[in-house]
Design a protein. Sequence first.
Length: 105
Amino acid sequence: MVCFVLFTYYSWVTYSNICCPPPPGEDLNSKARSKYQQEQLREWSIEQQREREQARRNQEQADRLYELKMRELDQRSMDLQKAEEECRRNINMATTDYNNALVRP
């Protein structure tokens, strides 16, 4: 006696030499389809994890670059402030010297 099942959606189940259609609503491919869907979900999940990890690394790199730029700008601002203070000090000294020179005949 030969007994086998063909796994296609509209397949016919054959038992011996008798052919009959599958019962209405019965999905003969449910196991294969379920396995395929699980594999596809696993692959999508892995891909999403990779994408999230890459996005995290990109964000960390952007944060590092931003921090470096902010430090550079802060240092430049401090240097300019020092130069401005020194310039004001020199202007004040020159003004004081000039005024002193005008007072002494």
